[in-house]
Design a protein around this ligand. Sequence first.
Ligand code: PLP
Length: 458
Amino acid sequence: MADQQAVTQLLTEAGARAAHYLATLDDRPVQPTRAAIDRLTELGGDLPVATTDPFTVLRLLDEIGSPATVASAGRRFFGFVIGGSLPVTVAANWLTTAWDQNAGLFVASPTAARLEEYALRWLLDLLHLPAEAAGAFVTGTSMAHVTGLAAARHALLWRQGWDAENDGLFGAPPIKVVLSAEAHTTLIKALAIVGFGRNNLIRVPVDNQGRLRIQDLPPLDSSTLLCIQAGNVNSGAFDPVDELCDRARDAGAWAHVDGAFGLWAAVVPELAHLVKGAEKADSWSTDAHKWLNVPYDSGLLFCRDADALRTAMSAPAAYLPQQIAREPSHYTPELSRRARGVEVWAALRHLGRQGVTDLVERCCQYATVFADGLRAAGYEILNDVVLNQVLVSFGTPEVTQRVIKRIQEDGTAWCGGTVWQGRTAMRISVSSWATTGDDIERSLEAMLAAARQEIAGS
Ligand SMILES: *Cc1c(COP(=O)(O)O)cnc(C)c1O
């Protein structure tokens, strides 16, 4: 394959296959068929001894792999909180992959390092976060949490005369960790990874929307880590961000915000009140692969105290360059990694401030259309629809589960289920750049038809 013409041909074919995949995505059922999934075994078996030519490998991937994918990049996928990928970000991803840059070091990729810096500055501005905050480009909000919590751990222990990075955690002074009963499972996991311990967390009760009840907040002090949720994964609800940030500040506590998708409310003037005061926190996690609609995997961590983040993350070594510019690996757990900042830059450069605002606003309006339509047909909406999330019950838990199954089997749209405060519900999350008003209408019709058929017993 040293032949340049063959390389060009291969990449052209990959482009054509990818374009065909995307062009036909909305005409196929969202869920792959059983037969398509069964065929995946043809990609397994024993490792071949002989070489297979790259065109055959690509054809296998497309002919067997593509049909067994979930059309989550499509316009009528409302499961979990999954955005699509803006075409410009897919294109940027291909080019970046061809560059094959190691984004961990400025010297290994000035382009990747600089684009991260520019994107970071745009993001802090867009999300109304402090301009002096440092940032890390990681795989998702899970790793953003790990990164941010490691910075918090450093700062909270250093204040108490303990050097966590050099002396470890055994024998360290205690840190009080406060978060709501509705904190996202990845935050609990991150706290466990960083050494806070699942059994050492103070879980504050929540109200009927899943918001932390401020009247139940324990006293905070300068050795407290307070985690605040901006956007509940089920209801979309926000903890009382402003008040919690004030309380943390007054006490000298570290405030960490889980804003995986909710942080983006800041870009829409009518929604910004939901995250008012978030700029007073110390660290913030969010995803780019959700609402910014870049390809997986892409998450972001912002940290007000750049020194705390650098101390927690840097790994000096004689063969690695000293700080000559912003050294990306001084802010992330990884040294070598892909240049995911390029896609973030491309999305922002393409959409502009107005485009990001329109995207977030449109998704939230569509969520309201779903809620209104379902409510008008007599089904119960279990949450206040404040953002892009809708929780609907079609009756008893069994009926709701069977309606979800019918909707998934019909294939027009895809939604998953959940249990919300003891009630079985279907979750709708509108997060894709590609979804149109027509998609909402078609999807709503399909949902109502499935519910009618289920209830009529047909
Ligand atoms: C999705 C989500 C996460 C986890 O993000 P990943 O990108 O999957 O790691 C954490 N918190 C909330 C509120 C989320 O919605």
